[in-house]
Ligand binder design. Structure first.
Ligand code: ZN
Length: 443
């Protein structure tokens, strides 16, 4: 079968492997089929299409482990008159009434169409989204999926079920996820098969114990992960101590749901015992360094989690969706917090943004450019003012490149970005429509 050979000045097949100069990969039927020196591959597969990535580095596409596509509509939203006092105030005075409760399907679709283009153009090839829009039930998730499927990215979409607006609304959220997982599997939602579903709840302070158990039971029945936001600031740990007499992850452990099926995002304020529970139970974590700063949540103990062997991915939280910026955030924040300029390397943050996130989301054979792995890749321009060499390539990439330097992006063997532009998307029209929907939300 004929394939496509994608070459570049440098190839980073996996974040923690040595970069290779003058290398290429061969893509057949959506998968990486072979790799080697460009001349050798071209001689071996004479009938293949050839994509010349001269001047670029070829690397795996980013996996954004945690997005809220609708979040773009809140960029610049007028803040409440009184300053928000803490994380609870952020949710109760601002995020819930002014953003999530006001979302409808048209706004959700517009945001999804815009942000998926933004993600693609910045080199992201897979993402996990959490939609919370209790007044867009039922079918809000299905409206979002239609917009996502057209972009060609690999995506896991979920509805964040919560009882904060009552038991019926909570059940409708769980039901939305069950219907969506099944619809993606039978092909009636999600388009071309790159979109799937998951189970998702909000937090312990908006979900009762029976509701949480029900969500995890449904996730087990469907064989999907169950996501929850965990200890994004100090609020949830204190709330759990007050209401359950123990901290958040001790509570999840007590009710029997601490396991690899649990995908816990944020995990910013963790006690030593909570770190033990994550490490011992195999809970998978996603880390959002920039949005943790935005909401004043603190600095997640990511270095300690990594040392303990925890699976950690990296996400934007729908805040700054440029994964280069998110990687820089992690790189800088953990060096500052640990008073150690060697605390985390460019290779480590690139690993979190690719294979780490894929593992956190259970995406198999995603995050490396090795034979048998999905052909999810990006070509990034290397027109830097200092020489690019094997020893500095990843620093150059993480510190001095951004979304605007991404030239081409492929997902599952299909090009979705070419020449720095999203194929088949009218960006001006998408921007105008998103702005219109944001104005409607703000009003
Ligand atoms: Zn979030």
């Amino acid at each position: 079968m004929a394939g496509t050979i994608v070459s570049a000045d440098w190839v980073v097949a996996a974040a923690q492997q040595e970069p290779r100069w003058g290398w290429a990969v061969r893509v057949v039927d959506g998968l990486i089929d072979d790799s080697g020196p460009t001349d050798e591959l071209r001689a071996r597969y004479g009938g293949d299409e050839f994509c010349d990535g001269a001047g670029c580095v070829l690397l795996p596409g980013f996996v954004n482990a945690h997005v809220h596509l609708y979040g773009v509509l809140a960029h610049g939203v007028p803040a409440p008159a009184a300053p928000v006092a803490d994380f609870w105030g952020f949710l109760d005075d601002y995020w819930w009434p002014l953003v999530e409760n006001a979302l409808d399907s048209e706004m959700i679709s517009a945001a999804a169409a815009w942000v998926t283009a933004e993600l693609a153009v910045g080199g992201t090839t897979s993402f996990f989204d959490i939609l919370e829009a209790p007044n867009a039930l039922p079918d809000g998730l299905f409206a979002q999926a239609d917009a996502v499927a057209g972009r060609g990215l690999r995506a896991v979409l979920s509805f964040e079920a919560t009882e904060r607006m009552g038991a019926a609304s909570g059940q409708a959220g769980l039901d939305e996820n069950v219907r969506f997982v099944e619809a993606c599997r039978d092909g009636s939602a999600g388009g071309g098969g790159r979109v799937s579903g998951a189970m998702c709840i909000h937090t312990t302070f908006t979900c009762s114990e029976p509701f949480i158990r029900q969500a995890f039971d449904l996730a087990a029945d469907l064989d999907v992960f169950c996501h929850a936001h965990v200890n994004e600031g100090v609020h949830e740990g204190h709330w759990c101590e007050e209401h359950h007499g123990m901290r958040t992850l001790e509570f999840y452990d007590r009710i029997g749901v601490a396991s690899p099926r649990f995908q816990a995002s944020q995990c910013v304020q963790l006690s030593p015992r909570e770190i033990d529970i994550i490490a011992e139970s195999g809970i998978r974590v996603s880390h959002m360094p920039l949005s943790n700063c935005e909401v004043g949540g603190g600095i997640a103990p990511v270095l300690e989690l990594l040392e303990r062997g925890v699976t950690v991915g990296l996400g934007s939280d729908g805040y700054l969706n440029d994964m280069f910026a998110v990687m820089r955030g992690a790189f800088l924040l953990h060096r500052a917090a640990s008073l150690d300029p060697g605390a985390i390397s460019a290779a480590s943050v690139l690993h979190l943004a690719t294979e780490g996130s894929a593992r956190a989301l259970g995406l198999e054979r995603v995050g490396r450019l090795e034979p048998g792995w999905h052909a999810d890749l990006q070509l990034v321009e290397l027109d830097l003012p200092t020489p690019v060499e094997a020893h500095n390539l990843l620093d150059q990439l993480v510190l001095w490149r951004s979304a605007q330097h991404v030239r081409k992006v492929m997902v599952g063997g299909d090009w979705i970005v070419d020449g720095g532009e999203v194929i088949g998307a009218d960006i001006d029209e998408l921007r105008a429509h998103t702005r219109e929907q944001a104005a409607r939300l703000w009003s």
